[in-house]
Unconditional design. Structure first.
Length: 451
């Protein structure tokens, strides 16, 4: 069916593969309308054009569409939504995907999904970078937007025109034993740093992510076998059971003692629950960022009175780097990658290798193993002449047939045996028809002659 004009705006109405498509072309120019209609038909032919309920979803505003998308995602991923007082069963907005959508919402809230263009996305990238956000953070947000557009079957029309920001790969911060010792010694000094100290001990000895630590409930801790069960994570592979070593268990004992003192210990309460502005054991702690920044600044500073040198690596240490630290230490200790993936919650082995960063001492020990062979004797004179002479002597010796052939090997001076080994019946039949008859070979003074 041809395009039609309604209130000076062109609309298309056509059927493809038994499915009817009706939508506005959003133009008053018939040439542009024809071009857009042909593009829509090509997308419909490839199965990339929304129809029916999907088409209705694509016409929703971004705010309404994301709420519906997050509700669908919460059903597909049970436990991904964090509970709130208003919604104890879990609020879809309070999830990893929901946090990303909240950053996108102010910019795209008034637009319908089918109105979002590549120029809009590039403008969003520029705005976020202008606010000082890291390119990797902006890429995560754009990927979340792509997932919503894919749900509406709108991603194909703009994906090729939008490029993710380039992320400069920086070397990760891996602590030495001395740096790690000073960090935890400083962190244990002040009571206001206790939460960050206990969380850091757990992260560096169990590979748990910060979000996994915040969602940890007391019922997830097994005091008899000293196990921690991660039930909710940002990936499906993140659900796992982690054995706790002595240092990690000391952190659990410290948090348990505080919970007993506050009277907040209960199986359904959070291990790291909210303390300010009031104690709420049913709500997870939002962050320990302030305490972490303070303690790492003190840990990295020099102290001339105590004879402590400056450790600048500690002042820039991210809390998430402790997870990298744990994975690196296990790899350096020779723990199999399969076991590390089970502990860290990785699916792809490449991700485990990405998280591992061998320290300088491990790399030095590795290259030292390359120098175990004895060095070759020094060559006097020009190497080219020396090597050429050796090769020439080797070739002259290889021409002597008595030196080549020995019993029990293929290269033999006996031409009859040589014929049987190198020339089976099929080849002998072929050669017998030519002018060279290999059956008439004979030995004369140590060399082959042909009669």
């Amino acid at each position: 069916m041809a395009s039609r004009k309604r209130n000076r705006i062109y609309h298309c109405d056509f059927t493809m593969n038994g499915q009817r498509y009706r939508q506005t072309l959003e133009t008053t120019d018939w040439r542009e309308a024809k071009k857009r209609e042909d593009d829509l038909k090509a997308r419909a032919r490839a199965g990339k054009l929304a129809s029916g309920v999907t088409a209705e979803f694509s016409r929703l505003s971004f705010a309404v569409a994301t709420d519906r998308y997050l509700a669908e995602l919460a059903v597909q991923r049970p436990g991904s939504a964090r509970p709130t007082p208003e919604r104890p069963g879990g609020d879809p907005r309070k999830s990893w995907e929901g946090d990303l959508m909240e950053r996108l919402r102010p910019f795209f809230a008034e637009k319908r999904l089918n109105q979002i263009t590549a120029n809009d996305i590039r403008a969003y990238q520029a705005e976020r970078i202008g606010r000082g956000k890291h390119p990797n953070t902006v890429n995560h947000e754009i990927k979340a937007l792509f997932r919503v557009l894919k749900r509406a079957k709108l991603l194909g029309r703009i994906r090729d025109d939008v490029k993710l920001l380039r992320v400069k790969k920086e070397p990760k911060t891996i602590l030495t034993e001395a740096e790690k010792r000073r960090l935890f010694e400083i962190a244990s000094r002040k009571p206001e740093w206790q939460t960050a100290y206990w969380a850091a001990l757990l992260a560096s000895n169990s590979t748990m992510r910060p979000v996994e630590l915040k969602r940890l409930l007391w019922r997830d801790i097994d005091p008899f076998q000293k196990l921690a069960t991660v039930r909710r994570s940002k990936t499906e592979a993140g659900s796992r059971v982690i054995p706790l070593n002595a240092e990690a268990w000391s952190a659990i004992e410290g948090v348990k003692a505080r919970a007993d003192a506050l009277g907040t210990y209960a199986p359904e309460h959070y291990v790291f629950h909210r303390l300010r502005p009031k104690v709420e054991p049913g709500r997870p702690m939002s962050s320990w960022r302030s305490a972490w920044r303070s303690l790492r600044k003190v840990a990295g500073a020099a102290d001339k009175e105590k004879g402590l040198e400056e450790m600048p690596k500690l002042t820039k240490l991210r809390f998430y780097d402790l997870r990298h630290q744990a994975i690196t230490e296990m790899l350096e200790a020779g723990v199999p990658e399969g076991v590390i993936r089970e502990i860290a919650g990785h699916v792809d082995p490449a991700m485990t290798r990405y998280y591992s960063h061998p320290r300088l001492a491990a790399r030095r020990a590795a290259v030292e193993t390359l120098g175990t062979a004895e060095p070759a004797p020094a060559v006097v004179g020009y190497v080219t002449n020396y090597v050429t002479k050796q090769l020439r002597e080797g070739r002259e010796n290889s021409q002597v047939i008595e030196k080549n052939g020995t019993p029990g090997v293929i290269r033999t001076p006996d031409p009859l045996l040589r014929r049987q080994v190198l020339y089976p019946a099929e080849l002998r039949a072929h050669f017998s028809s030519s002018k060279w008859d290999y059956a008439e070979f004979a030995v004369s003074k140590g060399s082959f002659t042909c009669r």
